[in-house]
Design a protein around this ligand. Structure first.
Ligand code: HEC
Length: 103
């Protein structure tokens, strides 16, 4: 029994730890699946530190106008012209809203 006591202690603290874990907010805020298409180049949630511009926390109207200009071909780009064509105007609004709300 003496040898079991430390084991019981361990189990108790493991239980305490997992109970503690349950009080933490677990699920991330839900977001539309297609915003993740942008994470590869612009970084997770639009935070990137590279030659590709970060889009997290940028002005919503700017993001929407820019994406629509890429889509229309009125703004020059290397890749965003093709990518923006894959989204409806409604989806572009969702994208602009999502990335403008990231920190
Ligand atoms: C293949 C890599 C790639 C992916 C995927 C990508 N982008 Fe881009 N994005 C770029 C690059 C590179 C630029 C700079 C303009 C250019 O050359 O196309 C850019 C520019 C932008 C800009 C303009 C930023 C500024 O400072 O003016 C916005 C807004 C933007 N992207 C939004 C998005 C959104 C929203 C998505 C997802 C639908 C996305 N991008 C997916 C590579 C990417």
């Amino acid at each position: 029994m003496k040898r079991l006591l430390p084991l019981l202690g361990l189990l108790a603290s493991a239980a305490a730890l997992s109970a503690e874990g349950n009080t933490q907010p677990t699920a991330p805020a839900p977001f539309p699946y297609f915003v993740a298409n942008c994470f590869n180049c612009h970084g997770t949630e639009g935070r990137v530190n590279s030659a590709i511009p970060a889009i997290a926390g940028r002005d919503k109207a700017y993001l929407e106008e820019t994406l629509k200009a890429y889509k229309a071909g009125t703004k020059q780009a290397t890749i965003m012209n093709q990518l923006a064509k894959g989204y409806t105007d409604e989806e572009i609004v969702v994208l602009a809203d999502y990335f403008s709300r990231q920190k």
